[in-house]
Design a protein around this ligand. Sequence first.
Ligand code: ATP
Ligand code: MG
Length: 402
Amino acid sequence: MEQKTYIVRCGEVALKGMNKPYFERMLVDRIRRSLKKIGTGIEVKRDEGLIFVRTPLELEEEAVLKSITKVFGVASVSPAVEIDIEEGSAQQIMDRIGAAAVNYMKNLIETRGIKTFKVDAKRANKQFPIQSPEIGRIIGAKILVGCKVLSVDVHQPDCRLFVSVRRGKAYVFEQKVSGFGGLPLGTNGKGMVLLSGGIDSPVAAFLMAKRGMMIEAIHFHSYPYTSERAWEKVQDLASIVAGYCGRFTIHSINLLPIQEAIVANCPEDEITILVRRFMMRLAERVAKDTGCMMLITGENIGQVASQTAEALVVTDASVQMPVMRPLIAMDKVDIMDLAREIGTYETSILPYEDCCTVFLPKHPATKPKLERILESESHLDVEALMEAALAEKTSTVILPRD
Ligand code: ATP
Ligand code: MG
């Protein structure tokens, strides 16, 4: 059966020392799972630091590339022509590689009208008797003979052709499509992301998942002040995130009774920070029940009143679990760029109400003091409010969307 080959480079996984085989196996498994959704008869194999994907010819290149580059841990992918070099003299092998390279270039002349090229050769198999620069020269010369319209340009070629000679196989390829890098999912525990409908928290979830962390999510609403449509928007966002980190559960909690208790019993300027402390405590409780090791938020220092250094310290003091804030030092423009890149931005900016905006104080405290906040909380039955909120929790499984 004729097959198409893709060379997958592993990025940081390659630096893992003793644990490298484990990370590579996880990566192979993730790539297999991702490709399973688009077709059958696909083979994924490790070979000396690289991963080779072989698919039936008819499987569309674009779909294959999309599936592979979405997998965390993948640095880049190249569709390649594979040449069997198990048998024959060095010269016969060079003839075979040369013929494949000429065919490859003829195709590019036809489809892209290329006029210049450069060959970059690499001999990964040091037993092969011809050295890399010489391989490059030989293949270059064969291309010049086989494709009369082409000339060499080492500075700005229309096509940079890579030739890789490995054990038993050689590869000819051109483009490298970048992946996200990172580490394979499942290599770094599970975290509970506080997922709002905003721009930041989906990006925060994506970044932690990119480092190999499995994701579960919690969302707070203030129904009926927040609408059913706002909840649908959160599920839409979650399904985009699930496109990268696989299906996950999102827990949904109505915060309204807690917000009302705070409004009725605490100073107005402390509402936001008090609500945030409840969110954290509830998230921690659900996280413990679901095997999550840490909390993840989209907080970003200085962005809003509840995210000043002082407010973050007071927020943190409400829980024992570590709180990961992968966006903490990023600029908003960069967060927005990343949101666009991963495809969440357009959904995030849809104008639906969020529970945080339901009881917004006119002048929120930007430098809250923990002692004063604790004093205000002493007017509330924190445990009873939490129990009541948790009793009404609903959980929804979110499936990935492309
Ligand atoms: P985002 O864009 O993620 O909503 P934001 O800049 O609007 O963030 P805040 O509203 O202060 O900032 O929220 C800070 C973080 O708290 C969010 O990134 C998210 O992790 C969490 N959070 C806020 N609102 C909710 C909510 N309704 N449900 C779950 N988590 C929330
Ligand atoms: Mg928000």
